[in-house]
Design a protein around this ligand. Structure first.
Ligand code: UD1
Length: 431
């Protein structure tokens, strides 16, 4: 297994081009199941989760063609995929694929809407929590599906098609909103999704579905109104920039000090992160195609309290990274996780680097330490892994992050992007 080695303490200067958003690209790719036509997606990120989803879609019968691996700068922003689901040859999404990546379960609603049946593995628990599927299932049942759970699979049927329904989510779920939104596009009649998630990735999905001929009102709000159509058609679309990658590199500039320009992205996607960083004493400038993040390495980081919330609140996917930054602040920071019940696995690893963190239930009290010191650490999930990279950039001496396959699920060429800004970071090939 590969590891990443960092010798910390170097300020970062340069430009980082942000990739397309993994969390937008995954549902956009799944939307190809809704039509016989071809869906062409540009700005596709080159990360492992995308390959996992291509495998899943192909075994449902989708024909996939990837083009433009990377350009001469090493950037893969020209990368596109064409997906054509002319015929659905299998309605089963197997455990071997869905267990690796929960987003695989998003095929449930689209398959049911397109061909009236689906057998999709329950994704199971994961390191950050139990992550049930109840909101997806209750919504599809309200639309007329019958669903049973058997041997770890959700077996759903709607032989006469799905019918429009009024659905109010008990709690905000990105995945359930996406799943039901896609299903509703081919349902008969009007579907209303209330208390829907408002993440920008959902708006990206709405825009693709509209380009495919879907009738959707209320984009960007908590009430989506979808009037079903008998069929959708193919479309060309470009994946939005990755706001979590944007925020992560903004914190890299903040924790290491220096000045990094982030391009091919949008500051408005990371407003809540920018607000926290500015309170912490980091300077942010908005540009036409991104933002510039800078901090004089000699100026202190101030402690800021953070609460994770659904969009437009502070994202849970940026919680581990901001915690890494707070470990080197001059004050204290209370970080409260409200989305997932078990998302502090990075704490013991950050502690190995000298961080001072106490967890009480869903809150972590982080007190700034005199300085982090490099050590071998273990990646436990995608965002936890990157928080260790960020801490390693600030730590003196050498930090080795093991099990970096978690990082590869969601960060494209992370070590190359940071090294280009002067970080002493490299990948060590494992056996
Ligand atoms: C998506 C993101 C993930 C992010 C999360 C929250 C993708 C591919 N993944 O995950 O990176 O951390 O949003 O912003 O876009 N829940 C239920 N019942 C359900 C569904 C969810 O109780 O049927 C709970 C979950 O356990 C969790 C909360 O709702 O506590 C939010 O989960 P959800 O928004 O659905 O996350 P995902 O879509 O899985």
């Amino acid at each position: 297994m590969d590891s990443i080695r960092i010798r910390g303490g170097k300020p970062l200067y340069g430009t980082i081009e942000i990739s397309g958003a993994k969390n937008a690209a995954l549902p956009l790719m799944v939307a190809s199941l809704l039509t016989e036509g071809t869906v062409n997606l540009g700005n596709l990120p080159h990360v492992a989760d995308i390959s996992t989803l291509i495998n899943l879609l192909c075994q449902h019968g989708v024909k996939a063609h990837l083009n433009g691996e990377s350009n001469e700068n090493g950037s893969s922003n020209g990368r596109t995929i064409s997906l054509t689901a002319e015929e659905i040859t299998s309605t089963e999404a197997p455990y071997e694929i869905v267990r690796k990546m929960r987003a695989g379960a998003l095929v449930l609603g689209p398959l049911l809407a397109r061909v009236g049946k689906a057998k999709v593995s329950l994704p199971g628990g994961c390191a950050i929590g139990t992550r049930p599927m109840n909101l997806h299932l209750e919504g599809l049942e309200a639309m007329g599906a019958t669903i049973k759970i058997d041997a770890g699979y959700m077996i759903a049927e709607a032989p006469n098609g799905l019918k429009g329904a009024e659905i109010r989510f008990d709690s905000v779920s990105v995945g359930a909103t996406e799943d039901l939104l896609m299903a509703a596009c081919l349902a008969e009649g009007v579907t209303i999704l209330d208390n829907a998630a408002r993440e920008p990735e959902i708006t990206d999905l709405v825009h693709l579905l509209q380009a495919m001929g879907a009738d959707i009102d209320g984009e960007g709000t908590e009430r989506l109104v979808i009037t079903g159509k008998p069929r959708l058609h193919g479309a060309n679309y470009s994946v939005m920039p990755d706001r979590i990658e944007t925020g992560t590199y903004a914190i890299a500039a903040a924790i290491a000090g220096g000045r990094i320009e982030l391009t091919n992205t949008r500051a408005d996607l990371v407003s809540s992160v920018v607000e926290v960083l500015e309170h912490a004493g980091v300077s942010i400038e908005t540009t036409d195609n991104g933002l510039i993040v800078s901090r004089d390495p000699a100026s202190p980081i101030k402690g800021v309290d953070i609460l994770t919330q659904p969009y437009p609140g502070y994202p849970t996917d940026m919680q581990a990274q901001i915690m890494a930054l707070m470990t080197v602040s001059t004050g204290a920071s209370m970080i409260t996780e409200t989305i997932f019940e078990n998302r502090f696995m990075h704490v013991p690893e950050l502690t190995r680097l000298g961080a001072n963190i106490n967890v009480h239930g869903r809150s972590a009290m982080v007190r700034g330490s005199d300085g982090l010191v490099g050590a071998p650490v273990m990646a436990t999930d995608l965002r936890a892994s990157v928080s260790l990279v960020l801490a390693g950039l600030a730590a003196s001496g050498e930090t080795v992050i093991n099990r970096v396959y978690h990082l590869d699920r969601g960060y494209e060429r992370l070590e190359e992007k940071l090294a280009a800004c002067g970080a002493d970071i490299c990948r060590v090939q494992g056996s």
